[in-house]
Design a protein around this ligand. Sequence first.
Ligand code: IMP
Length: 189
Amino acid sequence: MADLDLIPTVFRDDVQAIVLEEAEIDARLDELAAEVDRDYAGRQPLLVGVLKGAIFVMADLARRLTVSSAMDFMACSSYGSATRSSGVVRILKDLDSDIERRDVLIVEDIVDSGLTLDYLIKNLRSRNPASVEVLSLLTKPSRREVDLPIRYVGFEVPDVFVVGYGLDYAERYRGLRHIVSLRPEVYGS
Ligand code: IMP
């Protein structure tokens, strides 16, 4: 287990444990980018980042790819409690681009219940893209409520609330370089 010295002091008391260190995330992104490059050779995928959590995955993946990719973003809100989604999804920011006949690769930070992504996949498929695939840095399989085709998965994590590397709790901790679990008293469960 890595040392909490890696966490800025202002956040250190909130952290339970480091779940994934920056170096592990980097190494896994190298592998995922190589897979995407191989699978999309000769094509021009449109990477669709889901704001805000996917910003660093998107930035770090896109910079590793050697295929010619484009980027677009969506923002959704999922009604529910602070740490659980309800599946009722509202699009806050839609894509700028028309995805008809495009190869769309949705880039996610984490798939938890899967309800948000289930909605997104159906929504994007209805726009007649050539293909829709999903890359998610993290997945919590034990919490899945719908069966989803996630083509590229970075890491499976247990059922703990994690923050950092884009993931937040109440908009905090997104800028942490490592992915960490929070002490339960921080998010009141
Ligand atoms: P789902 O609809 O339950 O799959 O939830 C997906 C969204 O909930 C993710 O894109 C995150 O924004 C948020 N989320 C789920 N689990 C976590 C977590 O452990 N930490 C931070 N955000 C999470």
